[in-house]
Design a protein around this ligand. Structure first.
Ligand SMILES: [Zn+2]
Ligand SMILES: [Zn+2]
Length: 139
């Protein structure tokens, strides 16, 4: 997975550096959606000379490549999560940010019906549920 990400970044003209590899590691191993500043803080622990611009540029490129999924937050800011292949929906913990992908249930048909009732031709939908993960319910 990491090799694929690095190869795609390189194709886009990004220089492959230890810092950039560390950014990719953080994103691949995170079970939470992260914003660029969080990635910056986490990566800087091992790469103190890292610049925040590098993080923004790398994450922007990964999003364009379709490797990161943008996750909308209640605050209006965006976090990013590694994209899972196929069609999925997301559960996000509002407290710790843990993200879980889940597959469609029978509501997929309801979406087509809603579209039809409004004379829309349905192309796609993006569903994100928010709540508290098991760990955060115990706090
Ligand atoms: Zn949580
Ligand atoms: Zn769906």
């Amino acid at each position: 997975m990491k090799e694929t990400w690095m190869a795609k970044l390189k194709e886009k003209g990004m220089r492959i550096t230890a810092q950039r590899e560390a950014i990719v590691d953080i994103l691949l191993n995170s079970e939470k959606a992260l914003d660029p500043l969080e990635v910056y803080d986490l990566t800087r622990q091992s790469h103190p000379s890292l610049g925040v611009v590098t993080v923004y540029r790398t994450m922007e490129c990964l999003e364009h490549l379709g490797l990161l999924q943008k996750v909308h937050q209640a605050c209006g800011c965006n976090k990013f999560l590694k994209l899972k292949e196929g069609h999925h929906h997301l559960l996000i913990c509002t407290n710790c940010g843990k993200a879980v992908y889940f597959e469609g249930l029978n509501f997929e048909n309801a979406f087509s019906e809603i579209a039809e009732n409004n004379n829309f031709l349905l192309q796609d939908h993006w569903l994100q549920l928010s709540g508290l993960c098991p760990r955060c319910q115990k706090i």
